[in-house]
Design a binder for this molecule. Structure first.
Ligand code: ATP
Length: 200
């Protein structure tokens, strides 16, 4: 079973593609979903985060306060490293657990910062990039989250550039503004069939 890394910029459509691949029978392991679960109420990362960052990092309900931590790690690289030092080993453990139970032709790892974090590039056999232009990214994220345009642009600037991502891609899914869900699904099906053939 080979390992496919699925990546793309914020709002590019990774989750949408991952859902389509799961429907086709691939095992999908989403590091964002894992990170959310670890930092939700009762998650394994909550107590280490409370110890490292204090009570203000935890909401009244007992989950990580995402807005607070987003601002904190954005403004202070040392805090980002501390949070990563808590989360990365826990994510790796859960990825390992899910991988050991994988079925299907191949396993898909959804990793938003795959290009940025060299470790992942070495761990996967193939990289697929969900590609879309910057304006479309901004519009999709605004519709979904209500983050300000300025904030979304800051996040885009902090991520790998579209060119860097495309340079690292073995396969590209075009999910630009003009691409309908039906068109995206057709592209996904085409690649799924190729990937299953690669598995032999
Ligand atoms: P993030 O990195 O922020 O988690 P993502 O890459 O996982 O984002 P999605 O959540 O899949 O992106 O898509 C972002 C938003 O854009 C969603 O609301 C999704 O429904 C919408 N979207 C994605 N692709 C299309 C498309 N081809 N047509 C219309 N809407 C789309």
């Amino acid at each position: 079973m080979f390992k496919l890394g699925l990546t793309g910029g914020i709002g590019s459509g990774k989750t949408k593609v991952a859902d389509m691949l799961a429907e086709l029978g691939a095992t999908v392991i989403d590091t964002d979903v894992i990170a959310h679960a670890l930092t939700a109420v009762g998650g394994q990362a909550i107590e280490p985060i409370r110890t490292a960052f204090g009570e203000q990092a935890i909401s009244a309900a007992g989950a990580m306060d995402r807005d607070y931590m987003r601002d904190r790690v954005f403004n202070e690289p040392r805090d980002r490293k501390r949070l990563e030092a808590i989360l990365h080993p826990l994510i790796a453990q859960e990825v390992q657990r899910q991988t050991s139970q994988a079925s299907g032709c191949y396993v898909v790892f959804v990793v938003p910062l795959l290009i940025e974090s060299g470790r992942w590039v070495d761990r996967v056999d193939r990289v697929c990039v969900v590609d879309c232009d910057r304006q479309t990214q901004i519009e999709r994220v605004q519709t979904r989250s209500g983050l300000s345009r300025e904030r979304i642009e800051q996040i885009i600037e902090a991520q790998a550039s579209r060119q860097q991502r495309l340079a690292a891609a073995d396969d590209v899914l075009d999910n630009g503004a003009h691409i309908s869900t039906t068109e995206l699904r057709a592209q996904v099906l085409g690649l799924h069939q190729q990937w299953c053939n690669l598995t032999g």
